[in-house]
Design a protein around this ligand. Structure first.
Ligand SMILES: Cc1cc2nc3c(=O)[nH]c(=O)nc-3n(C[C@H](O)[C@H](O)[C@H](O)COP(=O)(O)OP(=O)(O)OC[C@H]3O[C@@H](n4cnc5c(N)ncnc54)[C@H](O)[C@@H]3O)c2cc1C
Length: 265
């Protein structure tokens, strides 16, 4: 892990959807560390610095997948291959990857598919992996074809029914559970979606891990910005990934979070 930004050159940019781009860069695993799926990086564009999940872990290459929603992310979207960014990390408690010969369901909503892509790809080698890739509409769906190519059975799911299952990821999961079950689940997306998925999986006795987001500043566990009620766990150190027994102890899960000045909303 490196705690000061390493300046890297963007080697490739893939336009995934009208609002989401993937940025690839070289990362020497020997000197900079080999990240685990579910960990995140602090990305610096020489102006501001924000957390981004690792979406792909290739041979000495990493990728982040970024949704353009504000000032920082639109600045990233304006970059071109050959431009530089600063990257520090990787940080956080990533997904537990110790699974073999299991039936896995990996569920991602919107850009929450970024860490789900990394874990589903990783586990597909030794497990039977299915994924729900959920988005509002067809052209916002992420990683459907590339995951299929890796041997993952993908269930695309759109709110407006423009592609795949019509409805929310929760409805799609409930439908799948009518004729099958899973040993384990991995979940990332809007928290309201994760809360709904949590309730369904708990009722079906399916354990899982959930990747949370909170406003983050240092990512080093020092500033306390990303602490959650009521245990005070830091999303940047004890998280972003939590198992279901810990999720139950996060009393704010699915209810509220804090803005940059610590005010609840
Ligand atoms: C662990 C973690 C992993 C993430 N992974 C991804 C990812 O893979 N892809 C992706 O597109 N986004 C990811 N995000 C969210 C990403 O950090 C925000 O979308 C980004 O910071 C928004 O910046 P902005 O200036 O464009 O938008 P703003 O207009 O500043 O903010 C828009 C929204 O982004 C949130 N946000 C802003 N700054 C931060 C911050 N410092 N920390 C956390 N949230 C912030 C705000 O709460 C707000 O809801 C992740 C966040 C966390 C905490």
């Amino acid at each position: 892990m490196i705690n000061e930004p390493k300046i890297v050159e963007i080697t490739d940019i893939i336009t995934e959807t009208p609002t989401i781009k993937t940025f690839k860069f070289d990362w020497d695993f020997k000197t900079l560390g080999m990240p685990n799926p579910g960990e995140f990086l602090m990305v610096w564009n020489f102006n501001n610095e924000k957390p981004m999940s690792i979406s792909q872990i290739n041979d000495n290459e990493l990728a982040i997948t970024v949704k353009n929603i504000g000032e920082f992310t639109s600045q990233l979207h304006n970059l071109e291959a050959g431009d530089q960014i600063g990257v520090r990390g990787s940080y956080g408690n990533g997904f537990n990857t110790d699974f073999e010969n299991k039936r896995i369901i990996a569920i991602g909503g919107g850009v929450g598919m970024a860490p789900i892509n990394a874990i589903a790809t990783y586990l597909a080698e030794n497990n039977e992996v299915e994924a729900i890739s959920a988005a509002q509409t067809e052209n916002e769906l992420l990683f459907v074809d590339s995951l299929e190519e890796m041997g993952v059975a993908v269930h695309p799911c759109t709110d407006d029914g423009s592609f795949g299952f019509e409805g929310f990821a929760t409805d799609c999961l409930s439908g799948l559970l009518e004729d099958r079950t899973y040993d384990y689940a991995f979940v990332c997306g809007p928290e309201i979606m994760m809360k709904g998925i949590f309730n369904i999986l708990e009722a079906s006795n399916i354990p899982g891990q959930y990747s949370l987001e909170r406003y983050m500043k240092c990512a080093l566990g020092v500033c306390g910005q990303c602490c959650v009620d009521s245990e005070g766990w830091r999303i940047c150190v004890e998280g972003p990934v939590f198992e279901e027994n810990k999720i139950k102890q996060i009393t704010e899960f699915g209810k509220y979070r804090r803005d940059a000045s610590g005010v609840k909303y």
